[in-house]
Design a protein around this ligand. Sequence first.
Ligand code: NI
Length: 179
Amino acid sequence: MVNNSNNLPILQRGAPVLAQVAHTIEDIHSSEIKKLINSLKVTMANASGVGIAAPQVGVSLRVFLMESAPSERYPNAPLFPLTVLINPSIIKTSNQQELGWEGCLSVKGKRAQVLRHTSIDVNYFDETGKEHHRTLNGFIARIFQHELDHLDGITFIERLSHETDAISEQQWREQTAES
Ligand code: NI
């Protein structure tokens, strides 16, 4: 179990900060950013998330974390080590898009099929200030697009044609167990 001292409450959709465009981080090495990243790590681990963005803990700054491994929330998730992504951006997207199931720590108890680019070329800085260019595919590309949306004030619910396209976690469990 991780140390709970830095665990932060996760805001739910409807909180104003989740609808705002977050600010670019100017000083990656500041103690404020170090503390924020540490809190995000603890909070994401405690919530068993595959990603968390700063606005979800009430901080309107452009940073999110990703970490993927099979779990109860995402049984078929591929392995992707814990990564901190600061001032991230998408450089190029595949023409191909695909539907896939998503949930969100800020939209508790809901799942929906969301259309995302299958492959994306991205750019970001890590917590040491090093710049990265990489290509992400499939579920990992999906997480990146979902988290980047949080930095632009968008949750997966806004990506749906109708809010009612989202189903309950319970219904999702039944559906995915059948298929
Ligand atoms: Ni989310």
